[in-house]
Design a protein around this ligand. Structure first.
Ligand SMILES: Cc1cc2nc3c(=O)[nH]c(=O)nc-3n(C[C@H](O)[C@H](O)[C@H](O)COP(=O)(O)OP(=O)(O)OC[C@H]3O[C@@H](n4cnc5c(N)ncnc54)[C@H](O)[C@@H]3O)c2cc1C
Ligand code: FES
Ligand code: FES
Length: 1403
């Protein structure tokens, strides 16, 4: 059971950290109390916690500003700063670290600073925090403390960093809400100011004066330095006087702690900290380390714990003996020797990179490998990982996709292994090429440790010879991603007579193409002795197929792409090496310099920036229309904002961990929880048999089981079988693994195509697909195909698959369920729909709804994922809570969250489209199939919305769309921003592109030619009203704003001169219908209380998940009541305040709740106006008191139901109606650069123009547009869900392969458009919504398809250069590097795939 201190935002008192029981402090004979400092306070580390992470410890102690987002180092939400004294430089080193992976005892002797430790709203925000809040850099705020701490740690270490350093420091932090632009803007501006301060300091510095702390010129007088906003780190002697030291360290808030004097003076001692589950050893000497390894042959050496920590958390690996080599001098040494650069095994990657840069800059040819290592490390994980991960950890893991190992193999590095021998140390050397024996198997013998790795010095190089080494890495995402293929290539070129060069030596190491890092011996043999030139390259390209040929079902998949990459490695190396030769060098072959340059070039990436524009507020003095910061922004940046798992737990709270089905389709024949129940601390296992009410649940249809019962069919991997409940989460986790489930397996149906074949559909959409119908689509298409249509008319047929998308809200699913008296139950949950939770909990428990209250303060992101799928977790947790009469906490680990809770629906779109030679559309017959997973959930309304948007903005006189939701054995798929609309629209943009290719026009011309005109009617019968239909006007305005025509020409010119790097420019429109398509859901209520001090409390039915709903409601209320914004507060959402509320979804919540609030406020205004005695915004205080004394009700309820919409009836033969209140419209232009050899793509620039009416808060709306666009980029360019299915037969059947941030990549900062320009349309009234505003959450999402369309154009240019003509080619979504590379179809892919190859996709 956890006891938490209240999260006041102030550092908790030292008492909170006092360990229970006497500190265990044994060393080899030396007594020492293990300690660290946390936010400036001395903390004795508790005994017996060898297996604990620093994050667990911090959060137990109430420092809940540090978040648990993934637990595997992949999101950065847990970032903190760890500082350690560096005796060599005489100053502390400050490092950002992932607390989720840092072992608690690894910070012994260090100072830890969390977000609470640098500033708060009472003591003052730190500039890093204040800047982020002011820049609108937080939305849901869950990622925010992590970003703050990454930036803070960077600036403590480097007070005036470059923009590139800022970008790099943030690469290990993910944000799912903002689109990154405001975050980057906040910190790069801060850094710029710091640099300017630094420059000023340098100018003021006496000539030649060098700062003892930073090594840079300064005027600090030997200790204190004014450089940068945060100042530089304190020099040794300054730390005596706190005031002087604080000034010297540049600390700017009272909360911010100085590096402790005690730690500066303290000599680290060897440690042995025993525990029930793990004993932690920290030897200080090599022989002690080796003695430990000999004594405990199965001990784990813990470097940075970035590999072991992930295994422990997600694979349940428990290591009873842990040995940290981090304080053994031989392992931490990094020095140049006659043999080369000798790198101790425990050297961190950050230190290695820094030294390699130095070596490469000073003596480039002396150790050519150093530059390649430094270059490779730029793309190695995020800063938090590199700061702790060690060289030996990377090498000894022997991962086939290790980034360092191929370079070590290529350059002929040697590994020095050490072991104990006769009480001394014996060492041996092994060549890197002989070190990797198999999958995660090395040549290291038992009892050996990796002492050092030596990067060789170039020896005996002939005059004029060139030793060239290059690295290569291709991953899904550029930043912080594990490689798909990674390599190192080295050649020693010696000059020959006649100006040519001969390959004297060659080394090629490759990863990602075999179960281990391999040496490509055939390639090496093909190169050595050859004259450098095209013939040598061709020989190498032939030979690489002997080294690298992958079978169809190779583990990891993508065999064609990986083989193509292995060729790209050689081609790119050839280009780079050739360009490095002297200008007079003779190189055979006809490869031009321009071609080489384009092959050697990397895709251009720059830190994301841009200046949004928006219309001015209608009333400059009013609150509505003002770009106020999110009302919780300051709490978010300081870590004070509380999420479900941050609140103090109720007394005696238990922890639940799910047991899930491991089979995709199988009858559960038995569940044996006996082993789990026997564990100490386990309170019980709860399943279907324990449900007192109805085990059948579902948001619309009750077609799923809360717990899969014995005798029932488990419908997917991840289906909930039961919950283990225990005193601690760790015990519950261990016990859940011990529950044995027996199954009787059946053949699963996993893909849409399987479901179509099996006739598996959800609800009635199979027999009777939901159909929209205009004209005679079939007849027209048939006539054109018979040649009886208009002259020159033709028909194209095609298909596109669209993969799913994981929500990846940063805050995982969380709830705490507390039983009360008489069947009462209070649920705290991160949900978009407290009402659904209330209903589902009451149904499962069999108690009346009036006994169940669900409360939601805020969500750390939802995006649709917490609309329905949160409720069933609370329902499940409520069962043990009721039965045991104790509160139960259920927070899903990231892997379970991804396996259990469903995703955006994958879609299959098929079409036949008839058109005229000028691109005018005649008829479109579209079929949409979604993969709904095992139950209905929201699949039917989602497929309906896909159908409603399947025409996007195009008038097709004969149009038919038939939509079906397939049932499969996947977790049930659910709502996700856009709710099927984007899938319908991307199918439309595919047939538009297909038509354009067929008629030889740009897709933009076909788009514009077919736009609806005002007054025309959609296939579902809704008129696009004159004065409200703005897409054509937006299109024209954006074309000018984005300078489309000029840039299109420039890109054509660029592409003509660039063979391997191509660019594409594309423009896409969108029209998104606003309203829930279930009419009854379009209602919202608000409750407004005025207090006698003039403050206002609003409670409404919507939840705050980062979208700024509460901020807008506050603005509307303040405006309506004529009071300052600060007087209005929105409390938590709670079902006992506002009953029966619809989910916060469909982008409609501002419309509903702002209007309901406005109505309530207007009624209050009318009631209070007789008491108004003063003008100005302070009037309410006196008026409220006067009204109260006069016995006037100061409370009002507002209720709003969207007018003029109809319930759409799909049972009609040709259904028509008005399902939407209005449309939000927009368009985007994206410019994409594509490396045709690797498929890597980057968005160089994006321009978005949105019609948001008169925005309620333009800054928040811009944030929504940017965030939606970048999330959309993830959907259509990057994020790929892979399941073990017919497309990925190497994976476990029905299991999600892409689990966690390590395997599933959402956009990072470097994936956002480098130049991001969002404009909100001016002069656009909307009489249909509150204050003439428009809904914003979902509509911009689809506009990211402009990047997908631009990437298609870039690939088309490459195909054209490769002689494939300009025919249409299929490009499924997401257009990942794999799909784009293979679409480029050229001579390097010819031997591995056909020109029309379509990469596999789970769909
Ligand atoms: C988010 C994330 C991103 C990552 N990105 C990348 C990436 O881009 N590229 C990449 O290659 N890897 C990546 N990794 C994998 C991993 O971080 C690296 O391999 C890292 O170098 C491991 O170092 P460590 O010190 O943390 O290893 P640890 O987890 O401490 O140890 C790993 C293994 O090495 C053994 N070991 C450690 N030191 C020694 C020694 N001196 N002698 C003998 N055995 C030893 C340990 O016993 C253990 O078995 C990533 C991991 C994470 C979590
Ligand atoms: S929680 Fe630590 S990196 Fe995600
Ligand atoms: S604000 Fe970054 S994840 Fe929500």
């Amino acid at each position: 059971m956890r006891a938490r201190a209240p999260a006041t935002g102030m550092p908790p008192c030292e008492a909170a950290f006092a360990p229970r029981g006497a500190p265990v402090a044994t060393t080899d004979g030396v007594e020492l109390a293990p300690l660290c400092y946390v936010n400036g306070r001395r903390v004795l580390l508790p005994p017996g916690r060898g297996e604990a992470t620093l994050l667990e410890f911090l959060r137990e102690k109430g420092l809940t500003g540090t978040k648990l987002g993934c637990g595997e180092g992949g999101c950065g939400a847990c970032t903190i700063m760890v500082s350690a004294w560096d005796a060599a430089s005489g100053r502390p080193r400050h490092r950002a670290v992932n607390a989720c992976l840092a072992p608690l005892y690894s910070v012994e002797g260090c100072a830890v600073v969390t977000v609470e430790g640098i500033g708060n709203r009472d003591a003052g925000l730190h500039p890093v925090q204040a800047r982020l809040a002011a820049a609108h850099g937080s939305q849901c705020g869950f990622c925010t403390p992590g970003f703050v701490m990454s930036a803070y740690a960077l600036m403590r270490e480097d007070p005036a960093p470059s923009d590139a350093a800022v970008e790099r420091a943030l690469a290990g932090n993910l944000c799912r809400c903002t689109g990154y632009r405001p975050i980057m803007r906040a910190f790069t501006e801060l850094a710029r100011q710091a640099r300017e301060g630094d420059a000023a300091a340098k100018e003021a510095a006496p000539a030649g004066r060098v700062c003892p702390s930073t090594g840079k010129p300064c005027g600090c007088g030997g200790g204190a330095k004014p450089g940068g906003l945060l100042g530089a780190s304190v020099a040794a002697d300054d730390a005596e006087s706190t005031a002087a030291a604080r000034a010297a360290e540049g600390l700017v808030t009272p909360a911010e702690p100085l590096f402790p004097v005690e730690l500066r003076r303290r000599e680290p001692k060897p440690l042995r900290l025993p525990g029930a589950h793990a004993t932690w050893h920290r030897p200080r000497e090599l022989d002690a380390l080796l003695a430990l390894v000999t004594a405990h042959p199965h001990a784990r050496i813990i470097g940075g714990n970035t590999e072991v920590g992930v295994e422990a958390r997600f694979k349940g690996v428990e290591d009873p003996v842990l040995i940290a080599p981090t304080h053994v001098p031989e392992l931490t040494a990094l020095k140049e020797t006659p043999d080369g650069l000798r790198v101790g095994g425990a050297v961190t990657l950050t230190d290695l990179e820094a030294r390699c840069h130095e070596v490469a800059a000073d003596r480039p040819m002396a150790c050519a490998a150093a530059a390649a290592v430094a270059s490779q490390l730029q793309w190695f994980a995020g800063a938090q990982i590199r700061n702790v991960a060690t060289v030996a950890g990377n090498v000894c893991t022997a991962s086939p996709i290790s980034d360092l190992n191929p370079i070590l193999v290529a350059c002929g590095a040697t590994m020095t292994l050490a072991r104990e021998k006769g009480g001394g140390v014996a060492t041996r050397e092994v060549a890197a090429a002989d070190f990797f024996l198999g999958y995660r198997k090395t040549a290291m013998a038992e009892g050996e440790v990796l002492l050092a790795v030596t990067l060789p010095r170039a020896k005996g190089v002939a005059p004029g010879a060139l030793d060239i080494v290059h690295d290569f890495k291709q991953s899904h995402r550029r930043e912080d991603d594990i490689a798909i293929v990674t390599a190192g290539v080295r050649v020693l070129l010696e000059p020959e007579a006649g100006g040519s060069y001969v390959v004297r030596e060659a080394g090629v190491g490759m990863g990602g193409v075999a179960p281990r890092t391999i040496r490509c011996q055939q390639v090496e043999a093909a190169l050595v002795g050859q004259t450098w030139g095209r013939k040598a390259l061709d020989a190498a390209l032939r030979a690489v197929r002997e080294d690298v040929t992958l079978p169809e079902n190779v583990p990891g998949g993508m065999p064609e792409y990986r083989m193509a990459l292995s060729s790209a490695v050689l081609f790119k190396f050839f280009a780079k090496a050739t360009l490095a030769l002297p200008a007079a060098a003779v190189v055979d072959g006809d490869t031009t310099r321009a071609e080489l340059e384009s092959a050697a070039a990397a895709v251009h990436r720059a830190p994301c920036d841009g200046q949004p524009t928006w219309p001015p507020a209608v009333d400059a003095a009013g609150e509505v229309g003002q770009p106020h910061a999110h009302v919780a922004a300051e709490m978010q940046v300081s870590g004070e904002a509380r999420y479900v798992d941050d609140a103090p737990l109720p007394a005696a709270c238990l922890h639940a961990v799910p047991v899930i089905s491991e089979k995709p389709r199988a009858v559960v024949t038995a569940i044996d929880a006996s082993q789990a129940l026997a564990m100490e601390g386990v309170e019980g296992f709860f399943g279907a048999a324990d449900v007192p009410g109805d085990n059948m649940i579902g948001p619309i249809m009750h077609d799923e089981e809360c717990f899969v019962a014995v005798g029932s069919e488990a419908p997917c991997c991840g289906a909930l079988i039961g919950l283990v409940v225990a005193e601690t989460e760790a015990v519950a986790r261990r016990a859940a693994r011990a529950v044995e489930v027996t199954y009787e397996e059946r053949t699963p149906v996993l893909t849409i195509e399987d479901a179509i074949a099996a006739g598996w559909y959800l609800d009635n959409t199979g027999d009777k697909p939901h159909t929209l119908n205009v004209g005679d689509t079939e007849g027209v298409i048939a006539a054109v195909e018979r040649g009886e249509g208009p002259e020159g008319a033709r028909v194209v047929h095609g298909e596109i698959k669209i993969g799913g998308q994981e929500h990846f809200y940063l805050e995982p699913m969380s709830c705490v369920v507390s039983p009360g008296e008489g069947g009462e139950m209070v649920v705290l949950q991160s949900t978009q729909c407290p009402n659904k939770t209330q209903v589902m909990v009451s149904g499962v428990l069999g108690v009346a709804a009036n006994r169940v209250v669900c409360k939601t303060k805020r969500l750390g992101g939802g995006f649709g994922g917490k609309e329905t799928r949160a409720a069933f977790l609370s329902a499940a947790a409520a069962v043990p809570a009721q039965k045991l009469g104790r509160a139960v906490r259920l927070v899903l680990d990231r892997d379970l969250d991804m396996k259990m809770t469903g995703t955006r629906h994958p879609f299959l779109g098929r079409y036949a489209v008839a058109f005229q030679p000028d691109g005018a559309l005649l008829a479109a017959d579209v079929q949409l199939y979604s993969n709904g997973g095992y139950s209905c959930d929201l699949s039917i309304p989602i497929i309906d919305r896909a159908a409603f948007h399947s025409d996007n903005c195009y008038a097709v006189p004969n149009f038919r769309v038939r939509a079906r939701a397939c049932r499969t054995n996947l977790p049930t798929n659910t709502a996700f921003r856009g709710f099927g609309g984007p899938q319908g629209m991307i199918v439309a943009e595919t047939w538009v592109a297909h038509v354009a290719a067929a008629v030889g026009l740009e897709p933009e011309v076909v788009r514009q030619r077919n736009f609806y005109k005002a007054g025309e009617v959609t296939p579902f019968g809704q008129e696009l009203v004159e004065g409200e239909w703005r897409v054509p006007a937006i299109w024209e305005e954006l074309r000018v704003k984005a300078d489309y025509d000029t840039r299109a020409k420039a890109i054509d010119a660029f592409n003509t001169g660039s063979r391997w790097l191509k660019r594409g420019l594309a423009m896409v429109p969108t029209r998104f219908g606003i309203s829930f398509t279930a009419k009854f859901m379009n209602q919202g209520a608000s409750l407004v209380h005025v207090y006698t001090d003039g403050t206002v409390l609003v409670t409404h039915g919507g939840t705050e998940m980062g979208q700024g709903l509460h901020t807008k409601v506050c603005q509307v209320a303040a405006d309506a009541l004529g009071v300052p914004l600060a007087s209005v507060h929105v409390a938590e959402t709670s079902t006992d305040k506002i009953p029966n509320a619809s989910p916060t979804a469909a982008s409609a919540s501002s419309d509903l709740y702002c209007m309901a609030t406005k109505m309530a406020c207007e009624k209050l205004m009318a009631r209070l106006s007789p008491y108004r005695k003063a003008e100005g915004k302070g009037w309410l205080q006196a008026a409220a008191l006067a009204a109260y004394l006069d016995r006037v009700d100061l409370s009002e309820h507002g209720f709003y139901a969207t007018p003029d919409i109809t319930q759409f009836d799909w049972d009609e033969p040709s259904p028509k109606g008005r399902p939407f209140n209005y449309f939000t419209m927009g368009a985007a232009v994206a410019e994409v650069e594509l490396d045709c050899l690797t498929g890597e793509a980057a968005v160089r620039r994006a321009d978005v123009l949105m019609d948001l009416g008169r925005p309620l808060n333009p800054a928040i709306d811009v944030g929504q547009v940017e965030g939606a666009f970048v999330q959309g980029l993830g959907w259509c360019m990057l994020e790929e869900l892979k399941w073990g299915d017919s497309e990925h037969s190497w994976g476990r059947e029905g299991h999600l392969i892409s689990v966690g941030p390590g395997a599933y990549k959402i956009p990072a900062a470097a994936d956002a458009p480098a130049d991001f320009r969002v404009h909100l349309l001016e002069g656009a009234d909307n009489p249909r919504a509150v204050h003439s505003s428009k809904a914003v959450g979902e509509p911009p999402f689809f506009l990211a398809a402009s990047a997908w369309a631009a990437a298609r154009k870039a690939a088309a240019a490459a195909r054209s250069d490769a002689g494939k003509g300009s025919n249409f080619f299929r490009l499924d979504s997401p257009a990942t590097p794999e799909r784009l590379r293979m679409a480029c179809a050229d001579e390097l892919t010819a031997d591995v795939a056909a020109d029309d190859f379509v990469a596999r996709l789970s769909c």
